[in-house]
Design a protein around this ligand. Structure first.
Ligand code: ATP
Ligand code: MG
Length: 416
């Protein structure tokens, strides 16, 4: 018996209504804000992620699925979506037609320790907006995320957290201050943080370890060391969120795990999932397009984790779309005719599920019931002789006989 790879799972049909709800709602809401879909490749040159996500990020350092292809090129399965979207933006010469507003959805791959809400193949839906510089765009994007979460009915357990990560002007001096402070608390840091202290001191602020958290609470905060322009941007964001009546919390310890972010960072967290509490995360990356070889273009984006959203969905709320018409053909001759009739009725626009296993009437009716069929069309020996079916309403048990030619006309009215 060969199983799936650790941290990778099947999404079974019973879960699909929830997943479809996520996808359909996202498409609706994102496009209503002016976003268009982009599909990028599942794998890219490794250097794309090394450059965009950052060589010292956890993702690039230890989480990527990297392999040499047969020609010897180093490729990686995408660990996130933004790097590819930025590449596509530059490569397809879209920099002249701003704004460019893009959404994407699909699988991502990270070699992480699997646990509830954390997988090695997982799915994200995300948006990227190129061209808008001011804080209005940031606030509007957060409003869109919250609208989506409200629409799928999971809003109640959620908090919007924001922070500012500053820019290249103010982050360097702050980084120095932070590093100096952390060095005085070296003994209290966990092993991992001691190792990354020099390379990436900001990441220590969101270490989950007890000791590191105590240190982080006393550390200098980026938001208190912003330059004038970054301070104004952050002020503009909080003002607009307040005007929009979107509740938010400032989390000065939030630093994002991807190196490309500047200024606005945001996360939506839930109290309902335990440790894996982030359902959406994003931020501004005004320097990334230029860094990747394009024309300097401000940008902001976010991604949501679909597995975590699916866990939050109220399963009962989700419509499984059971069959409307379920054809039960009893006996070899009826089975033979049933295939033809089902096709003929489908030609007429009806959705018809033909019981695929056959057998006794009782067995087939049981399956129709289990599938949640609303109407069963029974084709037995007698009906076959009369060129008719017995149509049974599975809710109230009411039955009527219909001639084969009358089925489309009679049943079309049920399709609303
Ligand atoms: P976390 O702090 O949970 O590791 P992250 O900061 O690595 O998240 P991002 O890279 O910003 O997350 O991805 C955005 C969202 O994608 C997360 O908020 C989460 O919902 C989801 N996500 C990230 N990694 C995983 C994973 N391994 N399995 C499932 N979902 C994930
Ligand atoms: Mg992570």
């Amino acid at each position: 018996m060969i199983t799936t790879v650790r941290g990778v799972r099947d999404i079974l049909p019973a879960e699909m209504p929830g997943w479809r709800l996520l996808e359909q709602t996202a498409r609706q809401i994102f496009s209503s804000y002016g976003y268009q879909e982009l599909r990028t490749p599942i794998f890219e040159k490794t250097e794309l992620f090394a450059r965009a996500v950052g060589a010292t990020s956890d993702i690039v350092e230890k989480e990527m699925y990297t392999f040499a292809d047969r020609g010897g090129d180093s490729l990686s399965l995408r660990p996130e979506g933004t790097a590819s979207v930025v590449r596509a933006f530059i490569e397809n010469n879209l920099q002249r037609t701003l704004p460019w507003a893009i959404y994407y959805m699909g699988p991502m791959f990270r070699y992480e320790r699997p646990q509830k809400g954390r997988f090695r193949q997982f799915h994200q839906m995300g948006c990227e907006l190129f061209g808008a510089e001011g804080p209005l765009a940031d606030a509007e994007m957060m409003a869109m995320v919250l609208r989506f979460l409200r629409r799928i009915g999971v809003e109640s357990s959620l908090t919007l957290e924001i922070n500012s990560l500053g820019c290249s002007q103010c982050r360097e001096p702050y980084r120095g201050q932070l590093l100096a402070f952390l060095q005085t608390r070296f003994e209290s840091l966990c092993e991992h943080c001691r190792q990354r202290l020099q390379r990436n001191p900001l990441r220590i602020l969101d270490c989950k370890g007890e000791g590191c958290r105590a240190v982080a609470r006393q550390a200098p905060f980026m938001k208190d060391h912003l330059c004038g322009a970054c301070g104004e941007h952050f002020q503009g964001l909080t003002t607009t969120l307040t005007d929009l009546q979107l509740p938010f919390a400032i989390n000065p310890l939030m630093v994002r795990g991807l190196d490309y972010y500047n200024r606005t960072a945001f996360e939506v967290t839930t109290t309902a999932l335990g440790t894996q509490n982030a359902v959406a995360a994003g931020g501004r990356y005004d320097g990334l397009v230029a860094e990747m070889g394009g024309v300097q273009t401000p940008a902001i984006g976010f991604a949501m984790g679909m597995e975590r959203l699916a866990l939050l969905l109220d399963a009962a709320r989700v419509d499984a779309s059971p069959p409307l018409l379920y054809l039960v053909a009893v006996g070899a001759a009826a089975g033979q005719r049933g295939v033809l009739l089902a096709e003929q009725w489908r030609d007429g626009g009806l959705p018809v599920v033909l019981d695929p296993l056959g057998g006794s009437m009782k067995a087939q009716l049981k399956r129709a019931d289990r599938a949640g069929a609303r109407f069963v069309l029974i084709l037995g020996e007698r009906e076959l002789a009369e060129q008719a079916v017995l149509m049974k309403n599975m809710v109230d048990g009411v039955q009527q006989v219909l001639g084969w030619d009358a089925v489309v006309a009679q049943c079309s009215g049920l399709l609303t």
